[in-house]
Ligand binder design. Structure first.
Ligand code: GLU
Length: 370
């Protein structure tokens, strides 16, 4: 099982509030130093690491001297705005001690669901990983109101894993995995080391073992598992509050693994082909068709015609010179811009668009050649 972590190329690690923040409202720096060492080890062996870190509210509430107990939404948001600074500082310091650069990204639900913004977030995270930085992501708690909130970072982490094509998601939590019942209340509860499929029985088992700091119970963890595994990403739920938790997990430490049936690339292709209704089409010339077939991106210079009215991030059909469908993909430009870029070289994009633009009309990661 540990091989799932050792073999993974892109890993999302989610850290819960009670794992990172002491009851006094301070970052657990010694623990964080150990986790940073684990992250550095993963990077040394060539993996890319993305962190989703909770803790803003827990760090901020003490600093604002808010009373214990449930916070009103605006109090939680105020606490998050104070605590996020402390959280970013703690990560920056811990990663810098290992020679790593932390990058803060604050996302809302919309940023992962609305396709245009989804592409933007994905591109930024991709650029950061390419520069060997460690993105440290949290929900943008200060502006997210109830209707547009994730509310829990388990789901946010799963969306990030799906969005970035990660192959492994690890939820470091205050519980070591999933049980047939609440282990605090029922001594007979059995530990589940591996879940190959999330059946209704498994969902019924998910109680809500309590932690007063994090907001993710077992139900949110299963929801996260559904999102991640549908995107071809394995997910582990493991105990965070131990020294070097990722080393422990890689050495076969106790965890519940929820297994994906497919891999991220296949799942993404399936999603592009199956789940999205094409909103238009691009016709391309023979040169571009050859490039696509050899695994390259579609560049505007090879596009000869554009039909339909689509937004950036929509699915479009790609037609060869004969008009036959040869591929589908997520288009990087809205229809009007795509029309203006027909046959253009990258050096001309700035003049045509009024901003530098992106090299590809459809990036090869967003393209399925039939
Ligand atoms: N975004 C919240 C925070 O940083 C945490 C949400 C969660 O624990 O799931 O405090």
């Amino acid at each position: 099982m540990s091989a799932r972590l050792s073999d993974a190329r892109r890993i999302v690690i989610k850290i819960g509030s009670s794992t990172l923040v002491s009851p006094e409202g301070e970052p657990k720096r010694a623990w964080l130093a150990g986790l940073a060492a684990d992250i550095a080890d993963l990077k040394t062996r060539g993996a890319e690491v993305i962190v989703v870190s909770s803790g803003a509210i827990a760090l901020g509430r003490r600093r604002l001297k808010l009373a214990a107990g449930a916070l009103r939404l605006e109090e939680a948001q105020a606490a998050a705005s104070v605590g996020q600074i402390a959280l970013a500082e703690a990560w920056t310091e811990a990663l810098a001690a290992k020679g790593l650069t932390a990058a803060q990204i604050l996302l809302t639900l919309d940023d992962t669901e609305e396709r245009r913004r989804y592409l933007n977030a994905r591109a930024t995270i991709g650029a950061l990983l390419g520069l060997s930085a460690v993105p440290v992501i949290n929900e943008n708690d200060t502006v997210a109101t109830a209707e547009i909130r994730f509310g829990d970072n388990d789901r946010l982490a799963a969306r990030v894993a799906a969005m970035t094509g990660a192959d492994c998601l690890i939820l470091l939590s205050d519980i070591d995995g999933l049980y047939t019942d609440n282990p605090v209340k029922n001594a007979e509860a059995k530990f589940l080391p591996e879940i190959a499929e999330i059946t209704p029985e498994i969902e019924a088992m998910a109680g809500r073992p309590g932690s007063d700091m994090g907001s993710g119970g077992m139900i949110t963890k299963l929801l996260a598992a559904k999102i991640a595994t549908a995107a071809g990403c394995h997910m582990a739920i493991a105990l965070g509050q131990i020294d070097r938790p990722l080393t422990a997990l890689a050495q076969g430490g106790r965890a519940t693994w929820v297994l994906a049936k497919s891999n991220p690339a296949a799942a993404r292709k399936q999603w592009i082909l199956g789940a999205l209704k094409p909103a238009g089409s691009l016709t391309i010339d023979a040169g571009a068709e050859g490039a696509l077939r050899s695994g390259k991106s579609l560049l505007p210079i090879g596009v000869t015609a554009v039909t339909g009215n689509f937004e950036r991030g929509d699915a479009v059909i790609v037609r060869g010179a004969s008009g036959a469908e040869i591929a589908r993909g997520l288009v990087a430009y809205e229809a009007d811009e795509a029309r203006r870029l027909i046959g253009r070289r990258s050096g001309e994009f700035g003049a045509v668009l009024g901003y530098p633009g992106r090299a590809a009309m459809i990036h090869r990661d967003d393209l399925v050649v039939l």
